[in-house]
Structure formats: structure tokens, C-alpha cells
Design a protein around this ligand. Sequence first.
Ligand code: PLP
Length: 367
Amino acid sequence: MKDTELAQIGITEDQTGAIANPIYLSTAFQHAGLGQSTGFDYTRTKNPTRSHFEVAFSKLEGGQASFATASGMASIQLVCSLFKPKDEILVSYDLYGGTFRLFQYYEEQYNIHFKYVHFENYEEVINAISPQTKALFIEPISNPLMIEIDLEPYYTLAKEHGFLTIIDNTFLTPYLSTPLKHGADIVLHSATKYIGGHNDVLAGVVTVKDPDLVQKFELLHNMIGATLSPFDSYLLQRGLKTLHLRIERAQENARRLAEKCRTLDGIEEVLYSGQTGMLSLRLKTDINVDKLLRHTDICRFAESLGGTETLITFPYTQTHVDMPDHEKESRGIDEHLVRLSIGVEAYEDIESDLIQALHKSREGVIQ
Ligand SMILES: *Cc1c(COP(=O)(O)O)cnc(C)c1O
């Protein structure tokens, strides 16, 4: 992907010469006469500012159309609307907690089955397939354990069986990975994270390339109505312009920190895929997590990722709070695991902040 394309993404070409896009707040659009339309009628269906973002984003992904939604969860719900009772979907075992919660609801309420599999184990996935299997739902870098999945074999498998492959690409973004170009059917993002990039907009986006799916999502997006507002669409497009710079810097910071953390005393295990700014740390049992979270200064204790600021999250009671304890334990999400979304600050500041906080949070150290 070209940096130039990102820097100049979706630039306006109207008669004013404006470089930044206008925000069209209008929900209604006038018609010259019966049967006539400018292409815009009502904002839930289509809005110029949202379309601007969607068209630009779909191009980045190598898709035919993108659908911007009011949150990442709204994107996942939109995708769920494709399925019927008794359909079965094979899902990443180590999954975003909110997605797990929504799937549980769909299972109870609509009898759609979600079977959890380890996509890093191809045999296990093959054995899980049944005549009801309709789709694979994969997080290519698992959350919070950061296990990277090789997607290629699943594209082939899905073609053989006629499944849909659905990729939650939130961690990677089209800057690092464009699954539609390699065989995925549906790519979705929580655009709240790296796409927006500044912790100030809640959004999601679904992108597809198959004309049939484009048509289905056009209907569903308008019908369900969790479409993204014009203002938020503008913020996403603005965020995209620096995606390459933010990801490169966050990734470099995360790589250095992962390396450093492997040498630090209070850390049992460093979970890092080698890509993105996402990094989890399993702390030694003599580190008091509560103290650690109180003593970090640069790394802020907050629940999100993909922004310019380094955030530290405690999955056990935050992102994965709705997962039953035994499910969490079996996934290795325990009371010693913290997840960091590394930002674009100076590397030395992040490192020294973590080291001083680790030092102050040893059991027995009195502050
Ligand atoms: C945050 C997140 C979501 C949910 O998105 P929201 O924008 O919070 O609704 C889904 N998947 C992943 C991987 C996420 O990190």
C-alpha cells in the first residue's frame, strides 16, 4: 500500500477546491421531481461523508464496497444477520470478549451455533466441520494471547466447502493485511481502534468484494440502521491519513518493548506476534497487578487499543469480563495477564515507565 494513497485518502474534488472533506449533516436530500434523485435520499441509506469514507476504505482493502457502522460490534451484528437458525460458525477460541458475548446471545436467542476452535491447529478445524457449518470467523492475531493464524489454508478450505471466511482484522488493518485480496469473503474492523487511531470515535466497518454480498449488506445496513454518523465518518477518514505512520511507530515501539520485557525480572512470559503495537505480558506471581496499574504514568490504565497513547488493559475484568471464569482460565486469561496497546510516544518513556511501575508493584514493596 502506498503511503501517498493514505496521506491523500478520499481527498475532495468539489468545485470549492477544499482539501478537507465537507461534513454533510443533512439527513434528507431534495429531489428535482418524481423519480429523480442525486443519488442521496436519506442519510441512513446513504450519506456523502459516509460514502466518501466507505469508497476510500473499500479501495484500500481491495473490496467492492464497505459499510461503516456505529461500532465494531454493530459490524459484527451486521455480519451475523446473514445467518439462519441451525447454521453453524467455527470461531477463534481466543476471541474478543464482546464478540463472545454477542455470539452467546445469538446462540440462545436464535439457535445459531458457534463452535470454538483453535485455528492454529488445522486438524482440529477439519474435525469440527459439520453439514451445518456455514462460515469461519477468525481473528488473525488472537486477543489477548497474540497467536498469529496462517489464513491461507482456510481460504482454500472455505472454497472447497462453500463456507464464508470472515476476518476480524481490527489488530492488523489494511496497512498490514488485506485478506480480501487473498481469498477472504468478509473483512470487518472495529474502526474505534487503529483506523480512527485517536481514541475519539466509536465505529466499525465491513468490507466485501462479492456482488451478492454487496447487495445483501446494502439491504441489511440500511434496514438495521446502525450506520455511522457523518461526523464520525469524517473522523475515521482523517485518522486513516496517518495510519502508516502510527502503525510503523507503534510496531517499532512494541518490538523493542517485547525484546526488553523478555529480560525483565517481574515478567513470566511476553506474548507478541511480531506485528502491530499489541503486546500481552504474563506477570510473575509476586507482581501485584493492582499496584502496577496504579503506578504506571505514561501507560494509561484504560480499555481500548490502537490509539496514539499507550494503554494498559486487564483482560480478566475488562475486555473479557463476560466470559465465565472457567472459559477464561482455559484460555490462559488469568489474573496475571495484562495487555498493552503500545502508542507512538518516545520508546524510552514507555520502557522506563513500565520498569518503574514493575519495581513498585512487587509484593512486599511498601509505597
Ligand atoms: C474492540 C473490538 C471489537 C468491538 O468493537 P467496538 O468498536 O468496541 O464495538 C471487535 N473486535 C475486536 C478484535 C476488538 O478489539
